[in-house]
Design a protein around this ligand. Structure first.
Ligand code: PFF
Length: 443
């Protein structure tokens, strides 16, 4: 398999991988989850789990990829044999499922970018709420925007690892940071922003329940793109001598920084204009346009914001698509173009009912559950498949592959003193912590 593409260098790899991690999870989900779960308390729990096992698992996945130079299924087959490739298989399947509903929300960001440009959303929160509901629930428009977003992702992935993914990420990620910083400065300088800052930065432990803990762990997984082999895939495009521990630390740091900044961008603005921080998934799409409407030069900031959200979503959707495409190009005779087209078409076809389930099909629940199609896909993939994949990956590397892994990491930027800590995290702490979220999710 001599033809495998590689990143051109460390910067490109870090931008692409941080691009995978930084997405709707950071900019859309994290602020509203923090808003619902006691602000600073959620933030601290999230940081705690990232430090406790997020970083160790990121290193483990990247190392699996770098060592085997294979897709998730092939990586587990090469090192474990037996039933282990199934772990990679569940990951690839999770990638499919996440992609199908991810493009739906990503499509909303494109649509809202359009609404901001045409400037016709208005300022009344009640009307904005109705408009959001009506848009999301309409049968055609959101599906059209999802299709457009999928086409953008396809265009990048067809360009390949270097010419497509890395090139796009090198431009889009720095642009995202600049936009984010601008918006944070605007938000925290609004009169009345202090209340939001206090809410965000002062933990209210009385709001913390088992469910809060479980969603903080789930958010850590989703945000770091962990548990489905996306990082095995991106690791497999590293040269065999590439640094892993240092790069992983930077990637995890960037992902965490963006989540922190996204909270700083949204919550002070929400408080400054007197909105409810626990508004849920609509927080971004309903409250922020109202905020922009009341702000000097608000239309420009609105355009910048939804452009930022779309960019963040794009570099993540690319990695979801690439993980599945990589599986097909490695394991079947499909070429990159064919595999990308097939995967995108099927994921899009699954996204259609997901989108419809928020409108015309909202009465339909998945048999055996009380969830609609969209929520069912999100719950199954994010709360069950990713943690399960992460748990099994930790067990595999910690128990079955620990000797060679430690050997390989020594030459990949990891200080020797930290190796036993890393192994202990993978053996005991990560499986235990993840069992907690699975337990919480299944209750
Ligand atoms: N990390 C992405 C986000 O925060 O939006 C979502 C994601 C991308 C999850 C890739 C999993 C994945 F493999």
């Amino acid at each position: 398999m001599g033809g495998r593409e590689h990143w051109t260098g460390r910067f490109g790899f870090i931008m692409a991988t941080a691009g995978s991690a930084v997405g709707l999870g950071n900019v859309w989900k994290f602020p509203y989850e923090a808003g619902q779960n006691g602000g600073g308390a959620f933030l601290l729990l999230y940081l705690f789990f990232i430090a406790l096992f997020g970083l160790s698992l990121v290193i483990a996945e990247l190392l699996l990829g770098r060592t085997t130079q294979r897709n998730p299924v092939g990586a587990f087959r090469a090192l474990g044999g037996g039933a282990w490739p199934l772990v990679g298989g569940v990951g690839v399947l999770a990638g499919f499922v996440i992609l199908s509903f991810y493009i739906v929300v990503a499509g909303w960001t494109l649509a809202y970018l359009g609404f901001m440009i045409s400037g016709d959303l208005g300022a009344d929160p009640a009307v904005l709420g109705e408009r959001f509901g009506a848009f999301v629930g309409s049968p055609l428009a959101p599906i059209g925007w999802a299709a457009l977003f999928m086409l953008l992702s396809v265009a990048v992935v067809i360009g390949g690892v270097k010419g497509g993914i890395e090139k796009a990420s090198r431009i889009l990620m720095p642009a995202l940071f600049v936009l984010l910083l601008l918006l944070v400065l605007r938000s925290i300088s609004l009169p009345g922003a202090e209340a939001g800052l206090a809410y965000y930065l002062q933990p209210d432990w009385s709001r913390v329940t088992m469910e809060t803990v479980s969603s903080a762990i789930g958010q850590a997984f989703f945000s770091l793109s962990l548990g489905m082999g996306a990082l095995i895939t991106y690791g497999s495009y590293l040269q065999r001598d590439a640094n892993i521990a240092g790069s992983a630390t930077i990637i995890v740091g960037l992902d965490t920084l963006v989540a922190l900044l996204a909270g700083l961008m949204i919550l002070p603005a929400v408080f400054a204009f007197g909105f409810d921080p626990s508004a849920g998934p609509g927080l971004t799409f309903i409250t922020l346009p109202a905020v922009f409407a009341q702000m000097p030069a608000g239309q420009w900031f609105g355009i910048a914001f939804f452009a930022l959200l779309a960019v963040a979503a794009l570099t993540s959707a690319i990695s979801l698509l690439e993980t599945v495409v990589c599986y097909f190009t490695d394991e079947t005779r499909l070429g990159r173009k064919g595999a990308t087209a097939v995967v995108a078409a099927i994921a899009f076809a699954m996204g259609v009912p997901a989108s419809l389930s928020l409108g015309v099909w909202s009465g339909i629940t998945v048999p055996g559950t009380s969830l609609g199609i969209f929520d069912f896909l999100d719950f199954t993939a994010s709360n069950l498949m990713l943690p399960l994949g992460g748990l099994l990956t930790a067990v595999f590397v910690g128990w079955r592959w620990s000797q060679p892994a430690a050997e390989a990491l020594r030459g990949a930027g990891m200080p020797a003193a930290l190796l036993p800590v890393w192994i202990a995290v993978l053996r005991y702490i990560a499986p235990l912590g993840i069992a907690v979220i699975l337990f919480g999710a299944l209750r």
